[in-house]
Design a protein around this ligand. Structure first.
Ligand SMILES: O=C(O)CCC(=O)C(=O)O
Ligand SMILES: [Fe+2]
Length: 319
């Protein structure tokens, strides 16, 4: 294969509308351990809803920068991340749950004089559906950890206070593009799980354990799910929070919706004995979720490759 040429990862596709088939459990567990990524189908998000959010979001992203900055880092709502923070080609709008309607509306109220609820209603629908999908995904992941695990107990005691937020992302590459550029640099997510609706442009890549970038090519009617740092620590690395990034290979806009399902701030993350397994060592010392988020915020600009800024560096025991 020529240098710089990427290959695609083949990921299992989980039918989220059906009870999990026992024969699928091992491929799910394997993909989560190896890649930290898998796909879901029959997720209940219609193309119509996605297109609507896409087009209404474009109305926002195409506003002048000064207007968008009214939602920027120094504004009261702080929902907009302008270009040149994550990368020169990345901008995003955050919509937080559980009241996605109110969150979206707090942004549009500032941007537009004329009040319309269409955007906020679409986001309420999307956010509620993502919330249900996230809960189901966590249940299935617990199931993949083993039959003997008391899933109901863990779901109730560990995951019932999770919350979600959505990042609507607009990637604008330079008009002349000789070589690919990074739209979003290498990172791991801080969530338990992330659900990504990517368009047909492609560019999402995961780093293999051997350090090779592999494409996660768009696959019609599926969403991408990836494991975040919190679940990597909670599962004692039975699930991997992989480094990933977005590269822009063509001079066309890319649009994605990334939904993050997270532990509550005050949660203490501690892998249960049953998950660690007899005879195995706990890889992380217990830590408070918000402390890790603060650690990451304060080192966000660091390059993970050079300096230790991952959950392993934060709470990993010496291995
Ligand atoms: O845009 C994408 O496809 C992925 C975005 C992502 O990885 C993130 O926002 O954490
Ligand atoms: Fe990510």
């Amino acid at each position: 294969m020529p240098a710089g040429c990427q290959s695609s990862v083949e990921l299992p596709i989980l039918d989220i509308s059906k009870p999990l088939h026992p024969s699928f459990l091992s491929s799910l567990a394997e993909a989560c351990e190896k890649w930290g990524f898998f796909l879901i189908k029959n997720h209940g998000i219609s193309k119509h809803l996605y297109n609507k959010i896409c087009s209404l979001s474009q109305d926002i992203f195409s506003l002048p920068s000064e207007t968008k900055l009214e939602l920027g880092p120094s504004s009261s709502v702080k929902t907009y991340t302008p270009h040149f923070i994550a990368s020169p080609f990345f901008e995003s709008l955050r919509v937080s749950g559980p009241n996605f309607f109110a969150s979206a509306q707090s942004s549009t109220n500032i941007l537009f004089n004329q009040q319309s609820c269409e955007f906020s209603e679409a986001l309420q629908e999307y956010g509620s559906k993502m919330t249900e999908l996230s809960k189901r995904i966590i249940e299935m992941l617990l199931l993949s950890l083993g039959d003997d695990l008391d899933r109901k107990k863990y779901y109730e005691s560990e995951f019932k206070n999770c919350h979600g937020y959505l990042r609507i992302i607009n990637y604008t590459p330079p008009k002349c593009l000789d070589d690919e550029v990074e739209g979003l640099g290498m990172h791991t997510d801080m969530s338990c799980v992330t659900i990504v609706y990517q368009d047909q442009i492609g560019g999402l890549q995961v780093k293999s354990r051997e350090g090779r970038w592999m494409d996660i090519s768009p696959c019609e009617e599926t969403l991408v799910v990836n494991i975040g740092d919190m679940l990597q620590a909670w599962s004692n690395e039975k699930f991997r929070s992989s480094e990933h990034r977005v590269v822009l290979k063509r001079p066309v806009n890319r649009f994605s919706l990334a939904f993050f399902w997270c532990f509550e701030d005050e949660k203490v993350i501690l892998a249960p004995d049953e998950v660690v397994g007899e005879g195995y060592k706990r890889i992380y010392t217990p830590f408070v979720c918000a402390d890790y988020l603060k650690f990451r915020e304060s080192s966000e600009r660091g390059k993970f490759e050079k300096v230790g800024f991952t959950v392993r560096d934060f709470a990993g025991t010496s291995l």
